[in-house]
Ligand binder design. Sequence first.
Ligand code: PEP
Ligand code: MN
Length: 338
Amino acid sequence: MIVEMRKQAPSEEINEVVLRAKSLGFSVQLNLGTDKTVIAILGGNTGQLSTDMFAVFPGVESVTRIMKPYKLASREFKPENTIVKVGKVEIGNKKITVMAGPCAVENIKQLEAAAKSVIDSGATILRGGAYKPRTSPFSFQGLEKVGLELLAEIKKKYQIPVVTEVVDPHAVELVAQYADILQVGTRNMQNFSLLTELGHIKHPVILKRGLANTVTEWLTAADYLLAGGNNNVILCERGIRTFEDSVRFSMDISSIAVIKKFSHLPIIVDPSHAAGHYSYVPAIARAAIAAGADGLLIEVHPNPKEALVDGLQSLTPSDFKRLMGEIKAIAEALGRSL
Ligand code: PEP
Ligand code: MN
């Protein structure tokens, strides 16, 4: 951490900062310039220290971090890529993983039709929400436990792993009895009691990026899962809120490269919630794979016109099939496969 003192700060003010740093167990290097002193505070975990601890002292002009606030999710901590295994599927390996299915589980007929079509097109994980975190309390909230039971039925019949969202720390145990992967939605990325609970299980967790969170905050949230002992963390970029209103959220394609640089965790992309409209989904999905994403999470509905949630952004089975062909070509051009 670098503490910059104001011009001509008296030695008493400088000493106060130095003593505080030493009392916290850090070592200190002083750079006495002609009219400004810069204090470098050095130690293993300055990334976890609040800058306020030094900014509060008189004479301090600015405090800048050099260490990242996240630790376990960083590539410094673990240089090699993490591969998350779900049955025979390996997320983060050479092969691209496509997870697809409806936004919400509505009934057995809908779920089965969705499962059949996405499996037929090459998806290896089925998605379907049983608990829906809706912006309005008056919107359909999901079938809850019944939805989990329907997912379990289809999972058994078609021998396909399933991913579903968990919204409440008290429901983690229940959802883990049915699902192979538990999803943390964008609105819960910083629900720390939920993350803590998910750190205590071994099931893979998809951690979606908060719609107004930085990559640094996202990786720091991932540290909650890793710190609890759950190493099976998959990041999912799903678009962020910007001033642009022609799409539901702006897909931050660059975050894929940033995550690959600073973290060992696999990253997948959800083009559906970013797009908000089915016609934009294929372009975003193709761009994500071209940018190096390890997989996709896509909403597919057997009949989007009848969908209870997110019908407008859901692909039809035939559009999904076409997209899978395009993704295959892009993956192969990059030395990967589908
Ligand atoms: C979802 O995947 O169904 C979902 C609600 O996504 P998000 O949390 O990204 O909005
Ligand atoms: Mn949805």
